[in-house]
Design a binder for this molecule. Structure first.
Ligand code: NAD
Length: 248
């Protein structure tokens, strides 16, 4: 008997990086998983995908299709997200709206659409992929940090709203995770290899976080093993938020 046998999971942004690692791990632990993604092609079996944009109202229909194909939803992982660079003065209104549409309203829309199904589950758990940016005060990340601050507050407030309905809501706060997203950022540097080494050296653990490590935290929060845990943010950040060490 695996810990997620019989459970049904929807993972947004499940075709790459943290979302793909999570979808694979949930499936390996027994869940049936549908990934909602802008580009869900080529997912490895047994994962299935539905093309959906969390920034579009039509994503509600995709959640309903996923629930119909799974016969319900027990686990929702709100992971789809996009980055944004820039200080407070540097992004215009259109950019603020675009990133909030994905990172914040995406979580709201997908959670709202999944709620009727989660209410019928005996093991309902929502896990949001937040970020240490929610509380860290990172330079050149005003917009991105604000979206993740909103995801953190949404996590805590919806946990409070849903606790009496036996729906748990938690989030993970990753640090710098080695995913295609970070790969794309490093590729913009004149020397991506040197930039990767410098970035790794800035982490207390001396390396980037692996996507599988974030997936393991999400899988724990998604599983009945964490049945007494709701309204929490679990850092998976190589010590960035908790330690007061000088970088190596
Ligand atoms: P990634 O770019 O590798 O994967 C993101 C996935 O989300 C892609 O498959 C993409 O197609 C999908 N996606 C993007 N916009 C979408 C939309 N509008 N609708 C549906 N799907 C969409 O990124 P990742 O590094 O795995 O990041 C995943 C999550 O983790 C994001 O929420 C990000 O903010 C968060 N995060 C990442 C890091 C990091 O260092 N990589 C750190 C902290 C938090």
């Amino acid at each position: 008997m695996r810990e997620l046998d019989g459970l049904r999971a929807v993972v947004t942004g499940g075709a790459s990086g943290i979302g793909l690692a999570t979808a694979r791990l949930l499936a390996a632990r027994g869940a049936r998983v549908v990934c909602l993604d802008l580009a869900p092609d080529g997912l490895p079996a047994p994962l299935t995908g539905i093309r959906a944009d969390v920034s579009d109202a039509g994503v509600a229909g995709a959640v309903e299709r996923a629930a119909a194909s799974l016969g319900g939803v027990d686990i929702l992982v709100n992971n789809a997200g996009i980055g944004a660079q820039g200080a407070i003065g540097e992004n215009d209104d259109a950019e603020w709206r675009r990133v909030f549409e994905v990172n914040v309203f995406g979580v709201v829309r997908v959670t709202r659409a999944a709620l009727p199904f989660l209410r019928r589950s005996a093991h309902a758990s929502v896990v949001n992929t937040c970020s240490i940016a929610a509380t860290a005060g990172l330079p050149q990340r005003a917009l991105y940090s604000a979206t993740k601050g909103a995801v953190l507050s949404l996590t805590l407030a919806s946990a409070a709203d849903l606790v009496t309905e036996n729906i748990r809501v938690n989030c993970v706060n990753p640090g710098t995770v080695d995913t295609p997203w970070i790969g794309r950022l490093l590729d913009r540097a004149p020397d991506p290899g040197a930039e990767r080494a410098a970035l790794s050296a800035r982490q207390p653990i001396g390396r980037l976080v692996h996507a599988d490590e974030v997936a393991a935290a999400i899988a724990y929060l998604a599983s009945p093993l964490s049945g007494s845990t709701t309204g929490t943010a679990l850092p998976v950040d190589g010590g960035m938020s908790g330690l007061r060490l000088r970088p190596r």
